[in-house]
Design a binder for this molecule. Structure first.
Ligand SMILES: Cc1cc2nc3c(=O)[nH]c(=O)nc-3n(C[C@H](O)[C@H](O)[C@H](O)COP(=O)(O)OP(=O)(O)OC[C@H]3O[C@@H](n4cnc5c(N)ncnc54)[C@H](O)[C@@H]3O)c2cc1C
Length: 312
């Protein structure tokens, strides 16, 4: 299957030091550089500027300070401090207060208790300031622990948080049912990671079928459902399902990635739907960028043309 083969290739290539160096050199250099199609910039000021432009087009935003896999507690604490600074900058800027973050960035590979402490530090500042914080979902090694941390904090009264479920994983339909019952907010995605057969559907058709089933459950029984996809078939199905079940357009939202299917984003806004754009920024953009290339090999040609153009 091409989708799976290209994901595999890009996950391997993502580990290449040479490529990383080349990408770092050319990817963000100028406003027209290739990585800027998917990443708003390296600084929070650039992300806020991008967010303002997205808001001016009638859309909602969520900002993601890129970073994953902190290797020690010092890195995890630095990432936490960086998030606190982002919260301050967003608060001053007047853009919508909405963040996405990854638990490995806060230390999940190092120590679970410290990760929870770091997350609490962020929520203690973000909550009173009116932020919503979405915990992104990483690969399946982290699914159980991410949900456990999320559900524990939820039970401890943290209500400004939400989680992500991936239709690729067999377990997700059960997870969705439980989280819907909890009353918490779910972002539904197909899943960006290479996963083994033991835990995940391998065929795109099966991932899509699971997405359709979960999306129906989420729209009907969920809370502020976030349908995160660029797949027109899934978007049409969501619109039909909501209409059929009298779910008003303000009870759910579509979410898409910065730089992907801007035409579809605009079309949905014009049709009266809420659309939220996920805006990543920061210096550690390479793994995120490689996942985007793996999803759509045609993006590679765009990158190659851009590099040749910049070097010439
Ligand atoms: C807001 C948001 C948050 C996300 N958060 C997470 C997360 O926390 N964890 C996680 O595992 N995954 C996350 N993802 C990624 C998701 O899992 C998919 O990998 C990604 O969205 C591609 O799948 P798709 O649903 O768009 O459908 P696909 O069937 O892969 O694609 C449908 C169509 O969308 C367009 N498209 C898709 N990807 C690209 C691209 N990279 N470049 C250009 N066009 C493209 C193409 O036209 C394609 O034909 C997130 C996605 C979104 C939109």
């Amino acid at each position: 299957m091409l989708g799976r083969a290209s994901k595999t290739l890009f996950h391997l290539v993502a580990r290449s030091g040479t490529l990383k160096k080349l990408a770092s050199r050319y990817g963000m250099r100028k406003p027209s550089s290739f990585a800027r199609r998917f990443i708003a910039g390296e600084t929070v000021a650039e992300a806020i500027e991008a967010a303002r432009a997205v808001e001016a087009r009638g859309m909602k935003i969520t900002l993601d300070l890129l970073g994953e896999s902190s290797r020690n507690l010092a890195e995890a604490e630095a990432a936490t401090r960086a998030y606190l600074a982002v919260i301050e900058a967003i608060t001053r800027s007047g853009i919508e207060r909405n963040l996405s973050l990854k638990l490995t960035q806060l230390g999940l590979d190092v120590d679970k208790a410290s990760t929870i402490d770091n997350l609490r530090k962020i929520l203690e500042i973000a909550g009173p300031a009116g932020f919503f914080v979405r915990i992104d979902m990483e690969d399946s090694a982290y699914t159980a622990v991410t949900l456990e941390i999320f559900e524990t904090l939820w039970r401890h009264g943290y209500r400004q948080i939400g989680v992500v479920l991936q239709s690729a994983l067999y377990r997700s339909e059960q997870d969705l049912q439980r989280i819907n019952e909890l009353g918490a907010r779910v972002r539904l995605v197909k899943g960006a990671y290479m996963e083994p057969k033991s835990v995940a559907h391998q065929e795109k058709a099966d991932v899509d079928a699971a997405y359709a089933r979960m999306m129906k459950m989420l729209i009907t029984d969920g809370h502020d459902a976030a349908i995160a996809t660029h797949d027109p078939a899934m978007i049409d199905l969501a619109r039909q399902w909501a209409r059929h079940h009298d779910v008003a357009a303000d009870r759910f939202e579509f979410q898409m990635l910065y730089g992907v299917r801007r035409d579809l984003q605009a079309m949905l806004v014009a049709a009266g739907y809420r659309v939220r754009v996920y805006i990543p920024f920061g210096r550690q953009w390479f793994p995120y960028f490689m996942r985007r290339l793996g999803e759509r090999p045609a993006n590679v040609m765009f990158v190659i043309r851009n590099i040749l153009g910049e070097r010439g």
